[in-house]
Design a protein around this ligand. Structure first.
Ligand code: SAM
Length: 280
């Protein structure tokens, strides 16, 4: 049983002892079932050579599972001082050289400076900041070997969405351009304490050795934003503000953003980059 793997007290006892009543504004929906946290950790495979950076360890359910999975080291960033104090008191002594707790806001961290490579981010994310965190990591993708993340299901569906679906958009393209994306499994909201309003999904993103097609982050972002800013419009209209034509890279001007592949967007991004070079 996962509960016994680390010989530590059950999470409910930790929560009671350290007064860790969940705070909504911090997105605190704790996963107390160590079988489930173990299942999440196992999706990451062999971690013996990897430093895992965990965002929001809370009372430590996923942290314990990642350590039990054999991670070389875990650096956990937690904004709630009650939780970091609890972890320092009960978990750090059990994993002396393998666990560091950082008191702080994940949105303000330099993740590359937190731990040596190879690094993997693993987190049951606070949903209110999940997307900005992911975008920040993608922008610096070379720093990470991959990610094991829990999102609200709707966001996970957008990350993994294919062209010609309603969920396909900016997140799908930027993630799939840089990473191989795999939906692992869903977790029912009743598994959390307290239960959130939405269902959750665990997703793996593995950094590609190189992006699916060459382009710079900025040009890719601009082209994708322009195309999906007017989602229902044809490219002829939606790319006007960028001063480029889809025809120049062999795409139809009558096509709509959701019909384009990641590679198509990269073609447009390269065209846009060339056109701005000329202007400068
Ligand atoms: N990992 C725990 C689990 O699975 O039960 C807790 C997950 S809970 C969904 C999100 C955690 O992120 C909470 O512990 C919360 O305090 C923390 N958190 C919220 N905002 C944060 C931020 N800006 N930086 C770091 N941690 C944050």
């Amino acid at each position: 049983m996962a509960q016994e793997f680390d010989h530590l007290p059950p999470l409910r006892d930790i929560i009671a002892e350290h007064g860790l009543a969940a705070q909504k504004q911090l997105g605190q929906n704790f996963l107390l079932d160590l079988n489930l946290t173990g299942r999440i950790a196992r999706t990451a495979g062999d971690l013996s050579n990897t430093t895992v950076i965990e965002v929001g360890p809370g009372p430590g359910g996923l942290t314990r599972a990642i350590l039990a999975q054999g991670a070389k080291r875990v650096v956990a960033v937690e904004r709630d001082k009650r939780c970091s104090d609890a972890l320092n008191a009960y978990l750090c002594p059990a994993y002396k050289d393998r666990l560091d707790i950082i008191d702080g806001d994940a949105l303000k961290q330099d993740f590359e400076a937190l731990a040596p490579a190879p690094r993997r981010i693993m987190s049951n994310l606070p949903y209110n900041i999940a997307t900005p965190l992911l975008i920040g990591w993608l922008k610096n993708i070379k720093a990470f070997e991959g990610f094991t993340l829990m999102f609200q299901k709707e966001v996970a569906d957008r990350i993994a969405a294919k062209p010609r679906t309603k969920a396909y958009g900016r997140l799908s393209i930027m993630c799939q351009w840089l990473c191989e994306v795999r939906i692992e499994f869903n977790i029912d909201k009743r598994a959390f304490t307290p239960p959130p309003k939405v269902q959750s999904t665990v997703i793996s993103l593995t950094t590609r050795p190189k992006p699916l097609a060459p382009a710079t982050w900025d040009s890719m972002e601009k082209v994708v934003a322009a195309a999906f800013g007017q989602r229902r419009k044809m490219l002829r209209q939606s790319l006007k503000s960028l001063g480029i034509s889809a025809l120049d890279v062999g795409l139809k001007e009558t096509a709509r953003a959701e019909e384009l592949s990641v590679e198509d967007f990269a073609k447009l991004a390269r065209l846009f980059a060339q056109s701005t070079d000329k202007v400068i």
